[in-house]
Design a protein around this ligand. Structure first.
Ligand code: SF4
Length: 363
């Protein structure tokens, strides 16, 4: 499997927690100019088009492209015939016209940036959409035959309590999407929240409460028939994200657009994060992925999958012995964070909450 990630770095407003490569565009010309550069970069990978299985258009906010810009990009990408084709949508910028274009060009999966259904908390994040817009987007997508919908949820948000999270989970239950991604809020540098934190105005959530929230999410979603298949991802049977599985299984993917990275032909690629730099020359660096790096990534990304890693297969592939190479792993097994049975290494229930302590063994 090979994937293509396409980055649209424009947003209508900047969320206070966000450290993605994004900016508010100066005008429509800035977006048009970017699309021209983006399409030129996509063309550089023409020899891979036939083998691309998944496309993921992310951002930023891809749904803020107007219909002409959307059509231009999708028309160009229609040279590729993926089996899974996702676009990220912000409920605030979705229109029926855009939905029809997505459908026309074969997009069959929508990732909806909801984050929470609590309007007060949404405002505190500087997100502007309403629950009504979410409801209308989901129902229109279903009406036009796009049923594979992911909802993005963030928890451990400022001033959020368990009751707020329960409200979000009830809303998800009602909407019944095929996939849910649930990430805890991470305080990243160069964000509004980080500046507030430095001024003493932002309080990081207590770790115990955050763990309780994560537990609640796992419990509610699994009770609702979702499979917990990756630390932060849940799906109805048959709806795992193929594109993300490429990342977690060390498959090849091409990354195009501002700030995008890729893993292709044995190299990790990284594009410029600043739009003006990208427009001159997209790629910032290209690094040969050594066997050592591959092994490390396979172990760390592989352990994010709840089913774990087939170590016998990996030992054969990289010609090494797990416990000889990583003796500190024995300590993590003894602490009950990771289990190693019948050749499968996987995080335990306790380890899922403390994955980073296990990943450190491989670094
Ligand atoms: S979270 Fe998404 S919508 Fe908000 S600023 Fe970041 S990229 Fe834009």
């Amino acid at each position: 499997m090979k994937g293509l990630y396409v980055h649209i770095p424009f947003c209508e407003h900047i969320c206070f927690y966000c450290d993605f490569a994004k900016r508010v565009p100066k005008d429509q010309h800035m977006i048009d100019e970017y699309l021209n550069h983006l399409i030129s970069e996509i063309n550089l990978y023409e020899s891979h088009f036939d083998s691309i299985e998944t496309i993921y258009i992310g951002g930023g906010t891809p749904s803020m492209l107007n219909t002409i810009q959307t059509e231009k990009l999708l028309k160009h990408l229609s040279l590729i015939k993926p089996s899974e084709y996702t676009i990220e949508v912000n409920p605030e910028s979705y229109t029926k016209e855009k939905g029809m274009l997505y459908k026309k060009f074969g997009i069959n999966r929508i990732s909806l940036g909801v984050q929470t259904f609590n309007q007060k908390i949404l405002n505190a994040l500087n997100r502007k959409h309403t629950n009504q817009q979410v409801d209308e987007t989901v129902s229109h997508l279903r009406e036009i035959g796009i049923h594979n919908i992911n909802l993005d949820l963030i928890y451990a948000l400022p001033k959020q309590n368990i009751a707020d999270l329960e409200f979000d989970l009830e809303y998800i239950h009602k909407l019944n999407p095929t996939h849910v991604s649930a990430y805890s809020l991470i305080l990243e540098e160069k964000t509004v929240f980080y500046h507030e934190y430095l001024k003493g105005n932002f309080k990081i959530m207590d770790e115990d409460l955050e763990a309780q929230m994560y537990q609640k999410i796992i419990q509610c979603l699994t009770n609702d028939g979702y499979e917990h298949y990756e630390i932060s991802n849940f799906c109805k049977p048959g709806y795992q994200s193929k594109h993300n599985l490429i990342y977690w299984s060390m498959g090849e993917y091409i990354g195009v657009g501002v700030g995008a990275h890729g893993l292709i032909d044995g190299y990790r690629t990284q594009n410029h994060r600043v739009l003006s730099d990208y427009n001159i020359q997209p790629q910032l660096e290209k690094t040969l992925q050594t066997l050592e790096m591959n092994l490390q990534d396979e172990l760390i990304f592989g352990l994010r999958k709840i089913q774990g890693i087939d170590i016998l297969e990996l030992e054969h592939k990289y010609d090494f012995k797990l416990l000889n190479r990583y003796p500190k792993l024995i300590e993590k097994i003894d602490q009950g964070l990771v289990s190693y049975q019948d050749g499968i290494l996987k995080l335990t229930e306790k380890g899922i909450f403390l994955g980073n302590q296990v990943f450190m063994v491989f670094i």
